[in-house]
Design a protein around this ligand. Sequence first.
Ligand SMILES: N[C@@H](CCC(=O)N[C@@H](CS)C(=O)NCC(=O)O)C(=O)O
Length: 159
Amino acid sequence: MIEVDLKNKPKELWKLNPYGKVPVLVDGEVVVYESAVINEYLEEKFPQVPLMPKDLGQRARVRIWIDFCNSRLQQAGGDFRHGIEPEKAKEKLKEYLLTLDREMASRDYIAGDYSLADITYIPFFARLERYGVSIDGTLPHLKAWIDRLISRPAVRSTP
Ligand SMILES: N[C@@H](CCC(=O)N[C@@H](CS)C(=O)NCC(=O)O)C(=O)O
């Protein structure tokens, strides 16, 4: 694993990813960027550890929740963090977290079994303070899901 100083990006990063962002996966000759695409690549490369359901409808559910994280939650969190209409971003964050709390009232994982959808939320949940978010007793189902995810050994052992 190569860590990159994002305030002083090396030229190599731009060669690998025209967006100049991390993460980037280099697998031999294959270069993959965009975390959702990296996750799908790893899913297809290592089918022995399935993180996508077989059922077509369930697969769509997984992708809907991946999209919710990337296009809504992460977007609002990023806006808050970078001071882009922060009040509006905070309202959006509250709305999205409430939606997730309601969803999680009836299940342990966001789209059935533990899947790529849950994994997509982990970086956000592991850094809630960055986004000015604290999860209190008003969002108990969301809190239980976050605890379930961040206490996984693979998550705990990730720096
Ligand atoms: N949609 C991209 C977003 C990647 C992203 O924003 N990465 C941040 C670090 S978490 C970054 O590289 N920021 C540096 C920059 O935007 O200049 C993904 O999911 O991979």
